[in-house]
Design a protein around this ligand. Structure first.
Ligand SMILES: [Zn+2]
Length: 271
């Protein structure tokens, strides 16, 4: 094998690993905080640890995984602030993408209609894993149809980070996008109405955000003494009450932060 061919082969192997990890996150089979061991991945993909390390380094650059010295690599567990930033970015970029697609030829709508049909089939079959992947892919597909590879890459990353945020902060079950939203966006694109497509996409992302509990918990103790309910002032009165309040607050925060599915055990290693 020539040096060029060997480099190309390594590049392809890296891309396969990266894509498989991204798909598993999009289907929510890999939860936030899950440990990704180089040795195990090398075994599973039949490649060297160097290739795995390079694939993981790229995912780390994109914020999809987090690497900690001496502890290893973990699927990212975005903070509430990080999740808000992801949604803010999506709210700026995605309406523009929808408008761009609406402004291009109407033939794009056929591809989107076919995608919606796949979403409907998965919904009817009760195949949740496929449905969450497809509803996420809808957004990436739009970026592809906008004909801008930078948008496409950006959306792939934003979509993976959104999936992780949904697992951590969804108020209810980890639902996918509301079904009628995508259909309405496609209808606006079919009519070539760029303004309406952008408006509907913005509203859709509002629905996604509304389903997440992204407000910072109020009055989180910033000081260890406060967190332990040990007053640093001379007055001892009220310490017990404060301790009780702090403890209740912590319990409520934990249950909100990890509603279902993503258990403490799964999340703990990444924290
Ligand atoms: Zn959506």
């Amino acid at each position: 094998m020539t040096t060029d061919a060997a480099t190309a082969g390594r590049g392809r192997a890296e891309e396969v690993i990266r894509t498989r990890i991204l798909d598993a996150i999009l289907e929510r089979r890999l939860p936030p905080g899950e440990k990704l061991t180089e040795e195990r991945l090398a075994q599973l993909f039949g490649v060297s640890r160097t290739i795995v390390r390079q694939a993981l380094a790229r995912l780390a650059q994109d914020g999809i995984v987090e690497q900690h010295a001496n502890r290893g690599t973990f699927v990212a567990a975005p903070t509430r602030e990080g999740a808000r930033h992801v949604l803010e970015a999506r709210c700026i970029v995605e309406p523009e993408i929808a408008a761009l697609v609406a402004g291009r030829c109407a033939c794009q709508a056929g591809i989107l209609r076919a995608h919606l049909a796949r979403e409907d089939r998965a919904r009817a079959a009760g195949d949740r894993a496929t449905l969450v992947r497809l509803t996420g892919e809808f957004h990436v597909r739009l970026a592809e149809l906008a004909g801008n590879t930078v948008f496409q890459r950006l959306l792939t990353e934003l979509q993976a980070l959104s999936s992780l945020a949904i697992l951590l902060y969804a108020r209810g079950g980890h639902e996918s996008c509301p079904p009628e939203d995508h259909a309405n966006i496609v209808a606006a694109i079919e009519q070539g109405d760029a303004g309406e497509a952008a408006r509907l996409m913005h509203a859709h992302l509002g629905h996604v955000a509304a389903d997440l509990d992204l407000a910072e918990p109020p009055d989180r103790p910033t000081d260890l003494a406060d967190a332990l309910g040990i007053g640093t002032t001379a007055e001892g009165e009220g310490t017990g009450a404060r301790r009780g309040a702090a403890s209740r607050r912590t319990d409520a925060d934990s249950s909100r932060a990890m509603p279902t599915g993503a258990s403490r055990r799964e999340i703990a290693p990444g924290r």
